[in-house]
Design a protein around this ligand. Structure first.
Ligand code: SF4
Length: 160
């Protein structure tokens, strides 16, 4: 049976980033073209507009946000925690509907980051941690990998 995936929509050429740009990864886009993956953007699913202010997690990581111990704040000081959590659950609903077991998500995003997120200072500094959607997916048994892992696998196919 095909191992269906969800992928960050910005990888597929969709202009859903906060700055209305995308971050195309052709190998990931091709998964969607072949019907092996569905693109999702948790921040748009949470009701945020595009373009939107960049946001970072303040006081913790995505798990802390889900537990009510940290907030997501944009660079104008607006609290967008509710939208980030709502978008994460909407993305999870899509993943469950298609019985996805794996997600390829954009590293360092406050939603999609799986190993690193920005540290909440809006100074371009990263710290170890997951974004809100990545944390929710992992809690529900969905494997989350980053585009960096995909590039490693493509460079070293014998390691698959
Ligand atoms: Fe891409 Fe995820 Fe950010 Fe949407 S929320 S723009 S899918 S990194």
């Amino acid at each position: 049976m095909m191992n269906r995936k969800v992928v960050s929509a910005c990888f597929t050429g969709i202009h859903c980033r906060y700055d209305q740009k995308h971050c195309l990864v052709k190998e990931i886009q091709q998964l969607v073209t072949r019907g092996e993956a569905i693109p999702i953007c948790p921040e748009q699913l949470g009701g945020l507009s595009t373009p939107r202010n960049p946001a970072e997690i303040i006081g913790g990581n995505g798990e802390d946000v889900l537990d009510g111990k940290a907030r997501v704040i944009d660079n104008q000081g607006n609290d967008v925690t509710k939208q980030f959590i709502h978008g994460a659950y909407e993305a999870l609903a899509i993943a469950k509907t298609m019985d996805a077991k794996q997600a390829i998500l954009k590293e360092s995003s406050p939603s999609c980051g799986s190993h690193y997120i920005y540290d909440g200072t809006f100074q371009g500094k990263k710290q170890p941690g997951m974004g809100v959607t990545a944390a929710l997916f992992r809690r529900h048994g969905i494997e989350v990998i980053s585009e960096n892992k995909i590039e490693i696998e493509l460079d070293h196919p014998s390691h698959r």
